[in-house]
Design a protein around this ligand. Sequence first.
Ligand code: SF4
Ligand code: SF4
Length: 434
Amino acid sequence: MPENTVPASQYDALVIGGGIAGEEAALNLANMGFYVVLVEKDLSLGGKMIHLSKVFPTLDCSACITTPKVSETARHSNIKIYTYSEAKDIKKVSNNRFSVNIIRKPRYVIEEECTGCEACEKVCPVIVEDQYQYDLVGRKAAYIPFSIANPRIATIDIDNCILCGACEKACLAEAIDFTQKPEVIPVEVKSVILATGYDLFDAQKLPNYGFNKYKNVVTAMQMERQLVPTRPFNAVLRPGDGKMPSNIAYVLCAGSRDATVGNPICSQICCMYSIKQAQLLMGALPMADVTIYYLHIRAFGKGFNEFYMQARGMGVDFVKGKIAKISEKENGNLIIRYEDVYKGKVKESEHDMVVLSTGIMANQGITGMFPDLNLDTDPYHYIKQIDELRNPSRTSIPGVFVAGAVSGPMDIPDSILSAGAASSETASYMRRLP
Ligand code: SF4
Ligand code: SF4
């Protein structure tokens, strides 16, 4: 049970989620003079964007866009940040105030003392899969989540720690504290912005595609990690045997527009991130062939169709085909069985690596944060915008707003625009309060 309750604090707005939308909304409000408390469930700010290589369709460096925003948020005097924390029990205490319990999970490291020196990480004998590299490599039980994490502080993964004490001995700052307990921080706010983003579709729900069965079938996020400057290997490698691939296939709509797996809608980003990765791969592996199997290419945004045509011009092969099954050969290569839609024939093709362009799903943990209030969701479990055309940030609870992909699939520029709308609507709401 949580312990260590500290006295309540009062803020103007609570922003839940420290990704690009949450940071944008928090910064906008803070720059208008409002006091903001931002709660992020992960160990670092930055959301999913901080783990990406480049953005489409401009191919700008993703981290170069997001890290200045992360630091500006972290250093803003009007923003109080709790990372590795969750907002719970959000209740109305009056017409214009909400009470919230922020649950701060123990890192087993004293944040103020940790210098980020990595000494604990070096001596820790336990290696587990690294979730920040999408399980491509391992990490220690004592670890700093990733090199550009903010805050750059170590954490002990207590579920996998064997309590050997090596980290404690190695830490010259005496920052390791195995006695830490969860802390409950009660706060009061006038408004709430939900910016919790989305969940990635679980590729294991597509058994015909062989993810987690065939090592050379990877998700697009695993390929993304191989294309970033902070990549786990110094080249693009196929996980089965460490060879450089020379014939890579992308399978679009893996877990999107598919009612049989519970996600009948378009994820809006998979076509374009796959086309982006295909272009990056042609630079990283100039001799490789890249084939994209698709049903429809959704290149609807500004510059998207030109970006798609650029990929075709670079030699990416686009095949309109419905994938039935992926199987593995003895040498680790993969056979894709598909219906060639234009020719009306079933065909097979061989590739040495297959990337599943997995879709996105609604983050479903949000409604539970409001035990006594009715936060409406749409049929796909995204938070419902009750006045989508005139006030797209409003939810069914007055004073609670949405920013970014919490209300539906959207790309990075649209998330930033949505966060701008949410902060503006929130400021206007707070100014009208008695
Ligand atoms: S906990 Fe100690 S050893 Fe580990 S990074 Fe922080 S200061 Fe260094
Ligand atoms: S006590 Fe736990 S975290 Fe520290 S070095 Fe040992 S296994 Fe690693």
